[in-house]
Design a protein around this ligand. Structure first.
Ligand code: NAD
Ligand code: 6OD
Length: 484
C-alpha cells in the first residue's frame, strides 16, 4: 500500500499513527497517510525557523521570484501526476482538474513571482509642523513561519494560492492539507525539491484539526501567522487557538452565495453560467451559488432550463473524459448534504429534480455520488436557504422588484460572493455596489484575476488575499523615517 509521508526539512518522514486516504468514487483506499504528532509538528516549525536564517533568508527578491518560477515549471513537468493525484483524492472529473486545479497552481506561482518583482513600496515626504522635513518609506520583511491550513475541495489550487505569496514575501511555511486530500501537498514537496527550494522552506504535516496537526500548528508559539481556508466554524476554533500567541490571521471561509437573474439577461448565458455556478465540482466550491433569485416573468422558463442542465450531467467515473459530475468528498459529507435534501422536503420545498443518490451497477455504489438537486418554494427563513450545504443543490425563488432581490441576496450571515445576470450594465453596476460580499460577478462567475482582492464579509472571512493584498498579509512592513 502506498504511504504518504510528512515532509520536514527537505525529507519525507514516516512513523506514527496512520489514516487512510479514500477515493470518493468507489470508497477504495488509495494510500495510508502518516499523521504528524506534536513532535513532528514541532520539528517542522523548527525546520522552517532555521530556513529563515539560512540561504532562503538571504535571497533577494529577483532570486526568490526565479525560485517560484522554477516551482511552476516543476509542477508543469509533472502535470499528469498532479492531475491523477487530485482526481483520485477528490473524485473530481479529470477534465476539471486539467482545466482548473493544476493549471491554476502553476499560474499562482508565476503571478506572485512576477508581482514580487514589480511591487513598489510606499514613500512619503513629510513636512512636520515644527518645520522639519523627513522621508518616510516602508520596507517589506517576511512575517516568519506561516502556518497554512487548507480544505479538500480545491486542494492544490487553494494551497498554492497561499504558499506562493507566502514564499514570495520570504517566509517559510508549514502546511496542513485536508486529511481528505493529502496527495498533492506531498507532490508539491517533490516539485519544491526539484526546483531547488532550500530544505525547511516548505514543510508538510498531515492530520486532522482538533487535537491533531491542525490545532498543534495554529497554537504553536513559534508560528508567526496563520492563513486558513475552510468552514466558518473551524475559523472560529482557529481564532481561539491562535489568540493565545496573538498571530495575524487570514480567513477565507464559507458562503451561501446568491445570484440575481433579471428578465433582460442573455437567457442562454445565464443558464449555462449558473449551471456551472451551482453544479461545478459537485457544488463543492466556496463560490458556488446556492440561492437564485429570478425575476418573476422568467422564473418558470429558468427553472425548467436549469433542471434540464442538472438532468444532463453525467455522474461517471472521474477518469472518464465524459464525466462532468463527480462524487462528494466523503460518506460523511454526503450524509450531511442528504440531510439537507430531507430537511428541504420537511420545510415544504418542491423538489424540481434530484433529492437522492444515483443508482449504479458497479463499484460506484460504494462511492459518494449524489443527485444534483433543485428546490423551489421555500420561505427565505428556511434553513436550506440560510445554511451552507456545499453540494450540487440550489433553491430558486422569484422576485418582482430590484430592491427586493437585493434585500434577499443580502439577508445572510455570509458574504463571500454573488453574481448578477442582466443585459443592462448600468443596473449591473448599481446592484453590484449594494451587495455585501467580497466578490460580485456581472454576467459571469468564478472569473478570477489573481491580482484582485479576494475574501469575504461576515461569516465568510477576515481580510483579503490576492495581488498586493496577499503581499501585504504575508509581510511585515517596517516604516523608516529619516529626518532630512
Ligand atoms: P474544514 O473547516 O472542515 O477543514 C479545513 C481544514 O481545517 C482541514 O485541513 C482541517 O483538517 C482543518 N481543521 C479543522 N478543524 C481544525 C482546527 N480546530 N484547528 C486547525 N485546523 C482545523 O473545511 P472543509 O470541510 O475541508 O472545506 C469545506 C469548507 O471550506 C466549506 O465551508 C467551504 O465554503 C469552505 N471554503 C471556503 C473557501 C474560501 O475561499 N472562502 C474556499 C474553499 C472552501
Ligand atoms: O480563485 C481563488 O483565488 C480562490 N481563492 C478560490 C476559492 C474557491 C473556493 O472554494
Amino acid at each position: 500500500m502506498k504511504e504518504i509521508h510528512n515532509y520536514i526539512d527537505g525529507r519525507f518522514v514516516s512513523g506514527g499513527h496512520e489514516f487512510p486516504d479514500i477515493n470518493p468514487a468507489d470508497g477504495s483506499v488509495i494510500a495510508q497517510v502518516c499523521e504528524a504528532g506534536e513532535a513532528q509538528v514541532d520539528q517542522a516549525v523548527s525546520a522552517a525557523r532555521r530556513a529563515l536564517r539560512g540561504e532562503w533568508g538571504r535571497l533577494g527578491t529577483a532570486e526568490r521570484a526565479a525560485s517560484l518560477h522554477r516551482v511552476a515549471e516543476a509542477i508543469e513537468k509533472r502535470f499528469d501526476c498532479f492531475v491523477q493525484a487530485e482526481v483520485a483524492d477528490t473524485g473530481k472529473p479529470i477534465s476539471l482538474a486539467r482545466k482548473l486545479d493544476v493549471p491554476r497552481a502553476v499560474v499562482n506561482f508565476r503571478v506572485f513571482a512576477d508581482l514580487l518583482k514589480t511591487a513598489g513600496l510606499e514613500a512619503f515626504q513629510t513636512n512636520a509642523p515644527n518645520g522639519k522635513n523627513a522621508l518616510n518609506y516602508a520596507v517589506r520583511k517576511p512575517l516568519g513561519v506561516v502556518g497554512i491550513i487548507t480544505p479538500w475541495n480545491l486542494p492544490l489550487l487553494l494551497l498554492s494560492w497561499k504558499v506562493s505569496p507566502a514564499l514570495a514575501c520570504g517566509n517559510t511555511v508549514v502546511v496542513k492539507p485536508s486529511e481528505e486530500t493529502p496527495a498533492t501537498a506531498a507532490l508539491l514537496a517533490e516539485a519544491m525539491k526539484e526546483a531547488g527550494i532550500p530544505n525547511g522552506v516548505y514543510n508538510v504535516v498531515h492530520g486532522c484539526g482538533p487535537g491533531s496537526a491542525g490545532e498543534l500548528l495554529t497554537q504553536h508559539p513559534d508560528v508567526n501567522a496563520v492563513t486558513f481556508t475552510g468552514e466558518s466554524s473551524t475559523g472560529s476554533a482557529i481564532m481561539k487557538s491562535a489568540s493565545s500567541t496573538v498571530k495575524p490571521i487570514s480567513f477565507e471561509l464559507g458562503g451561501k452565495n446568491a445570484a440575481i437573474v433579471f428578465a433582460d439577461c442573455d437567457f442562454e448565458a445565464a443558464v449555462c453560467g449558473l449551471a456551472d455556478a451551482v453544479f461545478l465540482n459537485s457544488g463543492q466550491i466556496c463560490l458556488c451559488t446556492e440561492r437564485l433569485y429570478v425575476e418573476r416573468e422568467l422564473f418558470n422558463a429558468f427553472v425548467d432550463a436549469l433542471r434540464e442542465k442538472a438532468e444532463s450531467l453525467i455522474p461517471g467515473w472521474p477518469l472518464d473524459g465524459q464525466t462532468n459530475l463527480g462524487p462528494l468528498i466523503s460518506g460523511q459529507h454526503r450524509e450531511k448534504v442528504l440531510s439537507y435534501y430531507k430537511l428541504a422536503a420537511e420545510e415544504g420545498a418542491a423538489i424540481i429534480t434530484g433529492g437522492g443518490v444515483p443508482i449504479f451497477e458497479d463499484q460506484r455504489t460504494r462511492g459518494f455520488y449524489i443527485q444534483p438537486t433543485i428546490l423551489t418554494g421555500l420561505p427565505e427563513f428556511a434553513r436550506c436557504v440560510k445554511e451552507e450545504i456545499f453540494g450540487p443543490v440550489c433553491h430558486i425563488a422569484p422576485f418582482d422588484e430590484e430592491e427586493e432581490a437585493i434585500a434577499m441576496a443580502n439577508d445572510s450571515h455570509y458574504g463571500l460572493a454573488a453574481s448578477i445576470w442582466t443585459g443592462n450594465l448600468k443596473r449591473g453596476h448599481r446592484v453590484a455596489q449594494q451587495l455585501n460580499v467580497g466578490t460580485t460577478w456581472v454576467n459571469c462567475w468564478f472569473l478570477r484575476d489573481l491580482r484582485s482582492p479576494f475574501g469575504g464579509a461576515g461569516l465568510s472571512g477576515i481580510g483579503r488575499e490576492g495581488g498586493m493584498h496577499s503581499l501585504n498579509f504575508y509581510s511585515e512592513l517596517n516604516n523608516i523615517c529619516i529626518e532630512l
